[in-house]
Design a protein around this ligand. Structure first.
Ligand SMILES: [Ca+2]
Length: 392
């Protein structure tokens, strides 16, 4: 009898056969038919059977499509909500086999942002009073102890990764839903303005699929995370907390303001972070008077993720490229903030969510590890994206 894995969800059963012997498959098919009362599904060179228990529909695909399946206890929890969009996504382009591959990718996590494990540790959060460019909101400095292993997106979520979510679900971002009235805020050469017709696909400048997604609100980021968690139940994908963000950004470099040390706006920035630099000043309308780094990184706007140096945890682009939404409600300072790495969700101003890291638009001081900003959760602009995380 063929070995097989059986993934059972509330309404769906996925059966994976690991043989190419026709007699084994025939026996297996018979057993499946008896078990699920669906009749004999036929014989090929290996089968993937997806049986919808509620209506008895059956799909069959070649066994070679199974080669990349990672047996995963979490896959036992897959639900119809996961499988149906995956099949739709695949079928739309390439028929049944593609659909099954899309499903397998969903189950095994293919297409997820690449994740990096970050060890537990403690650090001093905030900036000392002596730090150049410091704001009062960056204190009081306090010790934060993170007693768990984090898993953090190595990069900001890309257009390709975000696009998979939209293709699978039909979700429309807030900028797209509101496209006629507002769209996405864009730099007009002298100020920021909501610009009709602008959204993640059309932010107003060229972006490759490996650039960070823009024009996504905090609410859009949450929708993406809900989809990930429905697709991969039990993993608990979320945004970083603000404390976790600063922990992974400082990456055991202590209190130095920048990931490259103390040098404000010098040449090193262009190796480490896509901020405003001589390239931006040359190419962006209205940028001739900006305070920029004394170097050229050749990216006036966003850069492909991972173009700059990784920090000691192996993470890229925490500083610059795009601002990153974190989970926390905005507080004007850290008095009373939790010290265990959890997001600070009580008190403060619940109409504001925290942003960290600065962007392609921002001057060096804004890129400091301690730098903070905020926006309303429905705000979208071509300098804000996000990064995902979870607790291991
Ligand atoms: Ca730049």
């Amino acid at each position: 009898m063929a070995d097989f894995e059986q993934f059972v969800g509330p309404q769906i059963v996925v059966l994976m056969v690991s043989t190419t012997q026709p007699e084994d498959i025939a026996a297996f098919a018979q057993r499946v038919g008896e078990t699920w009362k669906i009749g004999r599904p036929g014989v090929g060179d290996g089968l993937l059977l997806i049986v919808a228990k509620d209506d008895g529909r059956l799909w069959i695909a070649p066994a070679k499509a199974l080669e990349r399946v990672v047996p995963d206890s979490e896959a036992r929890q897959v639900s119809r909500d996961v499988i149906a969009p995956a099949l739709r996504e695949g079928n739309y382009f390439g028929g049944l086999e593609r659909g099954v591959q899309a499903l397998i990718g969903r189950i095994s996590g293919e297409g997820l942002p690449k994740m990096v494990a970050v060890p537990p540790g403690s650090f001093m959060m905030g900036s000392p009073a002596s730090e150049e460019g410091r704001r009062d909101s960056e204190g009081p400095v306090r010790e934060v102890r993170i007693a768990y292993t984090l898993e953090v997106g190595q990069h900001e979520v890309t257009r390709r990764e975000f696009g998979r979510f939209l293709a699978a679900t039909g979700y429309r971002t807030e900028a797209e839903r509101d496209v006629g009235a507002q769209g996405c805020a864009a730099w007009g050469g002298s100020k920021w303005e909501y610009t009709a017709g602008r959204h993640w696909r059309n932010p107003g400048f060229d972006q490759g699929e490996d650039h960070p997604v823009l024009c996504v609100s905090w609410n859009d980021a949450q929708a993406y995370l809900r989809w990930l968690n429905e697709s991969l139940p039990g993993r608990g994908y979320r945004l970083l907390s603000e404390a976790e963000w600063e922990y992974v950004a400082r990456a055991e470099r202590g209190s130095t303001p920048y990931p490259w040390g103390n040098d404000e706006g010098g040449r090193e920035q262009c190796a480490w972070a896509n901020g405003a630099d001589a390239t931006a000043r040359r190419q962006i309308a209205g940028a001739s008077g900006w305070t920029v780094a004394n170097c050229s990184d050749e990216h006036a706007y966003t850069a492909p993720v991972g173009s700059y140096r990784a920090n000691a945890f192996g993470l890229h682009d925490l500083h610059g490229n795009v601002w990153e939404w974190v989970q926390d409600v905005w507080h004007d300072n850290y008095a009373g903030a939790p010290s265990d790495g959890s997001a600070w969700m009580t008190g403060g101003d619940p109409s504001r969510r925290v942003l960290r890291g600065g962007s392609w638009f921002d001057s060096p001081r804004i890129l400091r590890s301690a730098g903070r900003n905020w926006s309303t959760p429905d705000y979208r602009i071509d300098i804000i994206g996000f990064r995902i995380a979870r607790t291991l």
